[in-house]
Design a binder for this molecule. Structure first.
Ligand SMILES: *[C@@H]1O[C@H](CO)[C@@H](O)[C@H](O)[C@H]1NC(C)=O
Ligand SMILES: *[C@@H]1O[C@H](CO)[C@@H](O)[C@H](O)[C@H]1NC(C)=O
Ligand SMILES: *[C@@H]1O[C@H](CO)[C@@H](O)[C@H](O)[C@H]1NC(C)=O
Length: 477
């Protein structure tokens, strides 16, 4: 048995030259998967609006059904640092914008904001304002959140402080904002809030600064105020006219190397006894550069969430921005967007019984192969992803993947396919993006259609599956 196990690992080191062997127990590289690994972040000012959409509840409920636990929600983003709590405001938020697609430059919010947040099913993290240096207003909000929300997981104080303008009120006059000044500021605020709400903070909330650096700067007495560390992550940006690239976004080997950057940070955060999240993430900032609403982005989500888990990221909170003006969103007022198909597919792969995941390929090719293991340490499903880019022109190549070491006792097993006409396809533009041959979701995110399974022949513990370029497949063991 030992010898076979070692041989299995050796064979999985490459793909294309031989079969991928499925270890019968989790290999040492396997990592645990949080029940809420696929979570969402809702832009602060838009949160009350999201609660008015039927799709919000249904899209979150679908994930909960597939995983057996609700996704966590983080309410925050740029507008958390523009918002001021007003305890006498009767509406949840108040602001004016010139165009419905704009985000407000200033806003107020009231106690009913937290009543709405208390109705979410999973853990909820609320991001409060630090940038405006109105500590009393944010403290009153924190106290209200704590009183109102039994589901309150953590509070953030400030969002991406590295981008605070030099004239931000929080920056002491005459001083240059830095990681050191921010850490001292975060710690002072945790200290000021903690007697009223407890040690329930999510620290860092950095995009470009190393989040583990905060822990060194605030020391163990500062760490004691924290529950979790948040890092933000967007693999691409369309800001300032920067160009985006869909083949790069969805590339399996590209995702493997991109996501590895978080591993050492996760290790440091876990060593400090805290939880580590990418608490705001999505594909491309500043309008998505045309790539964010596509089928390729749905495939990216699958591989990225899996690589997150393998690198110690416990949850990835996919950001949902301005309703009706959000290229990477999962849903809107009248459509379910293509990335959500990736969300549903990877959630189905994890299932209600998946607790540990392993990558079985070596991460250097376009083909990813993953196994998910149950609590009794048996592989329950495989996921194969062909990240070769097919844009609709030319011939769509097919790759065969041989799997060995399958312990299924039957001669046939089942598989379910995620596909679309090509990587640029968009369900909101009528393209046939399908799971098991079905379009799967109504405009309010209830399940529709019948998903069909394919037969996969198994002989002597071996099977071969075929995937076209830009497709993914779940094999049920
Ligand atoms: C709502 O905000 C507008 C400015 O955007 C302000 O004129 C109005 O008084 C505010 N309403 C309340 C109830 O605070
Ligand atoms: C703090 O804010 C609350 C609520 O807005 C207000 O009632 C109170 O007067 C403020 N306290 C101070 C010291 O500003
Ligand atoms: C890709 O698929 C979409 C339909 O989803 C189609 O409209 C588009 O023309 C295809 N691209 C090419 C280059 O054929």
């Amino acid at each position: 048995m030992h010898f076979l196990g070692a041989l299995g690992v050796a064979l999985t080191a490459s793909l294309g030259t031989g079969a991928v062997t499925v270890p019968s127990t989790p290999p040492s590289s396997a990592q645990s998967v949080d029940k809420s690994i696929l979570s969402v972040s809702l832009e602060f000012f838009a949160f009350p609006g999201y609660t008015q959409l039927e799709a919000t509840n249904n899209c979150l409920a679908n994930i909960a059904t597939l995983r057996g636990a609700p996704p966590a929600v983080r309410i925050g983003g740029t507008t958390q640092d523009r918002a001021t709590y007003d305890p006498s405001l009767s509406s949840a938020v108040n602001y004016t914008v010139a165009n419905p697609g704009d985000a407000p430059s200033t806003l107020t919010y009231g106690p009913s904001f937290f009543t709405l947040a208390s109705q979410l099913r999973g853990d909820v993290t609320v991001g409060l304002n630090r940038q405006l240096n109105n500590q009393n207003a944010s403290l009153q909000a924190a106290i209200k959140a704590k009183q109102t929300m039994p589901n309150l997981f953590a509070l953030e104080l400030g969002n991406e402080p590295e981008f605070y303008a030099s004239n931000s009120p929080i920056i002491p006059s005459g001083q240059k904002w830095s990681t050191d000044l921010d850490a001292a500021s975060e710690k002072a605020w945790f200290q000021a809030f903690s007697p009223s709400v407890g040690n329930i903070f999510q620290g860092a909330v950095y995009l470009s600064w190393n989040a583990a650096g905060l822990l060194t700067r605030i020391g163990s007495d500062g760490i004691s105020f924290l529950k979790s560390i948040s890092r933000h992550s967007y693999p691409q940006s369309a800001c300032g006219g920067a160009s985006t690239n869909l083949p790069n976004l969805m590339s399996h080997s590209g995702i493997v190397s991109y996501t590895r950057q978080y591993q050492s940070e996760a290790t440091s955060v876990h060593a400090a006894g805290l939880r580590y999240f990418l608490a705001e993430t999505n594909s491309a900032t500043c309008g998505g550069g045309g790539i964010s609403p596509t089928f390729g982005a749905a495939l990216w989500i699958i591989d990225y969430v899996l690589q997150g888990a393998l690198n110690g990221v416990e949850r990835l909170y996919f950001h949902q921005g301005t309703i009706g003006n959000c290229a990477y969103c999962f849903w809107g007022t009248s459509s379910i967007f293509t990335p959500y198909y990736g969300v549903a597919f990877v959630s189905e792969f994890f299932g209600t019984d998946g607790v540990r995941v392993a990558m079985l390929d070596d991460g250097t090719s376009a083909i990813g192969v993953y196994a998910v293991y149950s609590a009794s340490n048996v592989p329950v499903r495989l996921l194969v992803i062909n990240s070769n880019y097919f844009d609709g022109t030319g011939t769509r190549a097919t790759t065969s993947v041989s799997l060995t070491g399958l312990t299924t006792s039957t001669e046939t097993t089942k598989a379910k396919r995620l596909t679309a006409p090509n990587a640029t396809s968009r369900s909101d533009q009528g393209a046939a993006v399908t799971i098991g041959g079905s379009t799967s979701f109504t405009s309010t995110c209830t399940r529709s259609g019948t998903q069909n399974l394919e037969d996969v022949s198994v002989s002597g513990g071996a099977a071969t599956v075929s995937l076209q370029a830009s497709e993914a497949l779940i094999v049920y063991l």
